[in-house]
Ligand binder design. Structure first.
Ligand SMILES: C[S@@+](CC[C@H](N)C(=O)[O-])C[C@H]1O[C@@H](n2cnc3c(N)ncnc32)[C@H](O)[C@@H]1O
Length: 336
C-alpha cells in the first residue's frame, strides 16, 4: 500500500475537514476501507496488480477517466514529469469549484510538489502524517493556466531523441533505451523461432528488436503490467507483419500461454523499494510457460541473485556475458 493513502483519507476524516463528496474520481487508485462509505468513487489505475486490488475490493475502475468531478484524488507515481502531468489531468477533470486532493511520501518529493501545486493554484491547504504530505486546492478560476498547460505537455507522448520510439513520462525508460535491454539484444540469436514472450515488455523495445531481426518468429506476446507502457508498445509495433498480442498482465500471476522462447529484463522495484522477489516470480512464471527445451534470455544487474532461482525453477543455465553493470543469463527448460 502507498504510505500516502492514509494521509490522503485524513483530509476527509474530521469535522473541520473536507466533506465526503457525492461522487469522486481517484487517479492512481488504491483501495481503503474508508472509501467504502463514499456514495460513489471511480478509480483509474494503470498498474495491473493495483488495478486488480482496487476491483477485488469492490470499487469501480475506468481505463480512461472522463467527465467532470467535484473531487479528484491523486496518488502520483515517483517521476517529476509524470506527477505534474497527473496534476494537469486532475485539473482538467475537475468541475469549476471542485477540489484536487493529492498525497505523497516525503521521500517522493511531497514538499516540492506541494510548492509546485501552490504556484499554479495560488493557495493550498496541507497536512503532514506518516512521513507524507496531503494537500488540496480548489479550482476557483484563479489558477495559472499557463503552468497547467506546461504540465499537460510534460505528459504528452513523444519520441526518444534520435529514434522513432514513442514514450511518455512515468513509464520505464522514458528518456532513453535501457542499456541493459540494449545489451541483451547483442546476445539474442537471430534464429529465434515460433512463439516468443517478452515479459515486462515496457514500451516494446525488445519485441521491436525481435520483430526486426528474427524472421522465424511467428508471434510475440508482450506481457506488461503498466497499461500506459502497453499502449505505447502498440504504437511502437504498429507496422509489424507478424501476430503481436499486447497483454495487460501481472507476470507474477502466470502467463497462461506456452512459448518457444522468452526474453526479459525483469523489474526489480516495487514502488520505490528494491524487490528482487518480482524478478524471481518472473523466472518461475517463465519456467511454467516454456516448452521443454525452450529458452529464457534474461538481462539483470550483476548483483541481482537470479542464478539460484533458475536452479530452483528447473533451468539449465549459463552466464552468456557480463559487463561492468549487467549480466546475461541464458537458461533452457529441462524436462519437468
Ligand atoms: C526493467 S523494465 C523493462 C522494460 C522493457 N522490457 C525494456 O526493455 O525497456 C521492467 C518492466 O516490467 C514491468 N512490470 C513491473 N511489474 C510487473 C508485473 N508484475 N507484471 C508485468 N510487468 C511488470 C514494468 O512496468 C516495466 O515496464
Amino acid at each position: 500500500m502507498n504510505p500516502a493513502l492514509e494521509p490522503l483519507m485524513l483530509v476527509f476524516a474530521g469535522e473541520d475537514d473536507l466533506p465526503v463528496p457525492t461522487h469522486a474520481l481517484f487517479l492512481g487508485a488504491e483501495p481503503h476501507e474508508a472509501l467504502k462509505a463514499w456514495p460513489e468513487i471511480v478509480g483509474w489505475q494503470p498498474f495491473k496488480p493495483l488495478a486488480d486490488a482496487w476491483e477485488t475490493a469492490g470499487f469501480k475502475r475506468v481505463d480512461t477517466p472522463e467527465g467532470k468531478w467535484p473531487v479528484v484524488l491523486v496518488l502520483p507515481g515517483k517521476a517529476k514529469d509524470e506527477t505534474l502531468a497527473l496534476f494537469a489531468t486532475a485539473y482538467d477533470l475537475l468541475e469549476d469549484g471542485g477540489t484536487l486532493v493529492a498525497a505523497m511520501p516525503n521521500t517522493a518529493g511531497a514538499a516540492r510538489f506541494e510548492k509546485e501545486l501552490a504556484k499554479a493554484a495560488g493557495h493550498i491547504a496541507s497536512l503532514s502524517k506518516n512521513k507524507c504530505r496531503a494537500f488540496h486546492a480548489v479550482k476557483d478560476g484563479r489558477w495559472n493556466t499557463a503552468t497547467v498547460a506546461e504540465w499537460r505537455e510534460l505528459g504528452a507522448v513523444r519520441t526518444i531523441p534520435d529514434t522513432t520510439f514513442l514514450v511518455q513520462a512515468g513509464v520505464f525508460s522514458s528518456e532513453h533505451v535501457d542499456p541493459g535491454s540494449r545489451f541483451l539484444t547483442t546476445h539474442l540469436p537471430r534464429s529465434l523461432r515460433g512463439h516468443v514472450a517478452d515479459l515486462g515488455a515496457g514500451w516494446g523495445y525488445l519485441s521491436r528488436w525481435i520483430d526486426d531481426h528474427c524472421t522465424g518468429v511467428t508471434r510475440i506476446d508482450l506481457h506488461e503490467a503498466d497499461a500506459r507502457a502497453l499502449d505505447l508498445a502498440r504504437k511502437n509495433l504498429a507496422d509489424t507483419d507478424i501476430e503481436v498480442c499486447f497483454l495487460w498482465n501481472d507476470v507474477a500471476g502466470g502467463l497462461h500461454h506456452i512459448y518457444d522462447a522468452i526474453v526479459m529484463n525483469p523489474p526489480f522495484h516495487s514502488g520505490q523499494l528494491t524487490d528482487v522477489g518480482l524478478g524471481k516470480a518472473f523466472i518461475h512464471s517463465s519456467a511454467r510457460a516454456l516448452k521443454r527445451g525452450g529458452k529464457l534470455y534474461l538481462v539483470a544487474n550483476r548483483q541481482l541473485p537470479y542464478e539460484a532461482e533458475l536452479d530452483a525453477a528447473g533451468f539449465a543455465w549459463r552466464k552468456a556475458a557480463e559487463d561492468a553493470t549487467f549480466k546475461i543469463l541464458i537458461a533452457e527448460k529441462r524436462a519437468s
